[in-house]
Design a protein. Structure first.
Length: 292
């Protein structure tokens, strides 16, 4: 069984002059593996997956598998709002030797709970690989209720959730009710410490692109039951997190990584652009000692 815990990175996709910057991407993977991340999640929203062509998705998955080389789990983002298309994409990418998938709740068409139950059941039946469900009503306009998620958790290869419900009450209820072995990884970066304190397994955190070792150290200290040290680290890190989402993700993150020389360009694909000059100035001042 794949261990799902610690800090997982929903890795950005770097671009230069409109094309995927494969050199920067491979450098990014080595950079974060060296800093202790416990899982890599390519082709997520932070990776600007809706803007990627099929051949680019294949290239990124292939390069991720080759560079990571089994050091940590790789869960590829394969989701959408048309079940048949999600299954077709899954079948196309399954020739690559990644460990599992992260599949987001269907967006825009706003299915019922029964619709989402059927959607994820069909995906689970189409693969033997482990599946993390990604619940993020902020982006999808639909909330996967805990009762529905726990029914899905009865399927053998639905092994956990990236929980970005936006409701702390819902998240804590899930932690109380989840079955043994069902991983809860928070995707709400601002409540990372709070979720760990209530027993979450870790986080899939876009903000962990910045000051990665601090996010990793917080999980390590919490696992060692040293809550005072973890809280002290989080108190210093917590004010940085909202800045990384003040404008559309991953624009602020890419700006920080570009300033740090980790990627060659802060470029995003339309409709995303670059951070405003005002936010760039704030980020440069606030994060000058936070990247590492």
């Amino acid at each position: 069984m794949t261990t799902i815990q610690g800090v997982w990175l929903p890795v950005i996709t770097p671009f230069v002059d409109g094309a995927v910057d494969v050199v920067s991407y491979e450098r990014l993977l080595e950079h974060y593996l060296a800093r202790g991340v416990r899982g890599i999640f390519p082709l997520g929203t932070t990776g600007e997956s809706p803007t990627l062509d099929d051949h680019e998705m294949d290239t990124l998955v292939e390069r991720t598998v080759r560079i990571v080389a089994g050091r940590v789990p790789i869960f590829v983002g394969i989701g959408g709002n048309a079940t048949r298309k999600v299954v077709a994409t899954l079948k196309r990418l399954e020739r690559h030797r990644f460990d599992g998938i992260v599949s987001v709740c269907p967006y825009y068409n706003r299915p019922s709970q029964d619709g989402m139950l059927a959607h994820f059941t069909r995906i689970a039946e189409a693969t033997e690989r482990p599946i993390l469900i990604y619940n993020i009503p902020y982006r999808t306009s639909v909330n996967l209720e805990n009762d529905t998620l726990l029914r899905l958790a009865e399927l053998p290869n639905i092994v956990g959730v990236k929980d970005s419900s936006g409701s702390l009450a819902q998240s804590l209820d899930l932690l109380r009710r989840r079955p043994d072995g069902f991983a809860v990884m928070t995707g709400d970066d601002a409540v990372y410490y709070t979720m760990l304190a209530h027993g979450a397994d870790g986080g899939i955190l876009a903000s962990a692109h910045v000051a990665t070792e601090r996010f990793v150290a917080i999980h390590e200290r919490m696992t060692a039951n040293d809550h005072h040290a973890a809280h002290s680290m989080w108190t210093r890190l917590e004010p940085v997190v909202p800045l990384l989402f003040k404008e559309a993700n991953p624009m602020p993150i890419k700006h920080c990584l570009w300033r740090a020389g980790v990627i060659a360009s802060p470029e995003c694909r339309l409709p995303l652009t670059r951070v405003s000059p005002a936010l760039a100035d704030v980020l440069d001042r606030a994060l000058k000692d936070a990247i590492g």
